[in-house]
Design a protein around this ligand. Structure first.
Ligand code: AMP
Length: 461
């Protein structure tokens, strides 16, 4: 047994079984450093990047002390975005699989308050939500936090950046003391120090290196003359490298929309992701990007938070990020799970100051790599290999991935290896299908039945 074995921790056998069944062979750095304190009931500030395994760290802490037979809300997790809240809920449920009857409820905007109130009336042990929506439920007295003994502030820096401070204050005020407060944040600006001082008791600070292993991400920097050249440079990089999935970062919503529009105009499969989108459109774009029926997502930093997408082929910084930590965060999205990642960053004379700060931070000199030759501009952008089919039925109709896979690959159906990601929401389901098999797949779903009935199905790419 080594210090990074989960079995070195005072965890109950269900939880040890769970981490083993999930294939978590040893603790990540943030888990090894924080879990002993979390399990001892101390307040902990964890500073670490996305992908560090922080969710499992606080989930194990919460689940270890959860008293399942007491049917009341015992833990509250606050997250900046709905995507992150969904991701956190998923991870908690995964880890709780071996502990019977644990009820986790997500409370985020974008869905009617009423259906959430009904779920709240039925009770839950753990709430994961965004500050705005949690505050709404508190104000309506749908939600009582009297029995909460663990409070988690996840990606606290983003919550503050997004203006959630008043909502956070109002919520934290309602969580009784003594309690355990765990705060996770990728960066540690002064505001976080101030909030920690107000709401935590003698917190233990745990920091894991936020700089990526430079071997796992290749970084290229290109100097551009002006905005027109910047757009051309982006096209050159996309045409040359033909990524199946690429994330382009912009510093503003306006830029994100404009860049996505320009790329679409040039024939790329590109969509913008930013806070001004309707929830429905946002969900659909995320689904399509993750099932690879959209190849380029042009996003702001806030919108890209909590994106649960691994193995991106490339991250492109259309502008240099406003600070170096954000840059590290952005490029950390490529090269995940042992894949080698590539990050391309464009900068102009005006961004020289940010570039020199970034150079100091990364401890390397930032030069001017050569852009691909303009002859690639003659080529057409590659189309995504997958197409997305939308089925107008979901969890409410008890549809499961197996039903869809079965219907697609049954008699005279398409090959299993032509079916990609299947995602099921309350009233909708989406399935990625190889472009070559898309028509046959659509026909099969339209003519066949799912759970004994017909559903409306359409191709959305
Ligand atoms: P997070 O930083 O919480 O978003 O976690 C990143 C990913 O790492 C998630 O997909 C987890 O399921 C996974 N993970 C968490 N802890 C471990 C571990 N000890 N070993 C392997 N994978 C892990």
């Amino acid at each position: 047994m080594t210090q990074s074995d989960f079995s070195s921790l005072p965890l109950n056998s269900n939880l040890l079984k769970s981490v083993a069944s999930l294939g978590y062979e040893s603790m990540t750095a943030i888990q090894a450093q924080s879990l002993p304190h979390i399990l001892a009931g101390q307040d902990v500030i964890g500073q670490g990047k996305t992908g560090s395994g922080k969710t499992a760290a606080f989930a194990l802490g919460m689940l270890e002390k959860l008293e399942v037979e007491r049917y009341c809300i015992q833990s509250l997790v606050l997250c900046p975005t709905r995507e992150l809240a969904d991701q956190v809920t998923k991870e908690i449920r995964k880890i709780a699989r071996t502990t019977p009857n644990v009820k986790v409820l997500t409370l985020c905007g974008g869905v009617p308050l009423r259906s959430q109130s009904e779920s709240l009336q039925k009770g839950a042990h753990i709430i994961v939500g965004t500050p705005g929506r949690v505050e709404d439920h508190l104000n309506k007295e749908n939600l009582k936090l009297n029995f909460v003994s663990t409070l988690v502030l996840d990606e606290a820096d983003r919550m503050l950046e997004m203006g959630f401070q008043p909502a956070l204050d109002a919520i934290i005020d309602k969580v009784p003391r003594p309690r355990q407060t765990l705060l996770f944040s990728a960066t540690y600006p002064d505001q976080i120090g101030a909030i920690a001082k107000r709401v935590m008791v003698k917190p233990v600070m745990v920091k894991v290196d936020s700089t990526h292993d430079s071997n796992s991400i290749r970084q290229h920097f290109y100097k551009v003359d002006d905005d027109a050249h910047r757009m051309t440079a982006l096209r050159l990089l996309l045409l040359q490298h033909q990524p199946e999935s690429a994330l382009v970062f912009c510093n503003t919503k306006k830029d994100a929309q404009e860049v996505a529009d320009r790329l679409s105009h040039y024939g790329f499969s590109a969509f913008a992701l930013h806070g001004d989108l309707e929830q429905k459109d946002r969900d659909q774009i995320l689904v399509r990007f993750s099932n690879k029926s959209i190849s380029i997502l042009v996003a702001t930093d806030v919108a890209a938070r909590g994106l649960d997408i691994d193995s991106l082929d490339a991250v492109i910084n259309y502008h240099i990020a406003r600070d170096s930590e954000v840059h590290i965060h952005r490029i950390g999205r490529t090269g995940r799970a042992g894949n080698k990642g590539v990050a391309h960053s464009l900068y102009s004379e005006k961004e020289n100051h940010k570039v020199s700060l970034l150079g100091e931070y990364l401890d390397r000199s930032i030069g001017n790599d050569s852009l691909p030759s303009s002859s690639v501009l003659k080529e057409s952008p590659v189309r995504p290999t997958m197409t997305c089919l939308q089925i107008d039925g979901g969890k409410k109709q008890k549809l499961r991935p197996g039903d869809i896979l079965g219907a697609l690959t049954g008699e005279y159906g398409i090959e299993g290896n032509q079916v990609g990601k299947i995602q099921i929401f309350d009233k909708r389901a989406y399935v990625g299908v190889h472009r070559d098999a898309a028509k046959a797949a659509l026909k099969k779903l339209l003519e066949g039945k799912l759970k004994g009935r017909s559903f409306r199905v359409r191709m959305i790419s």
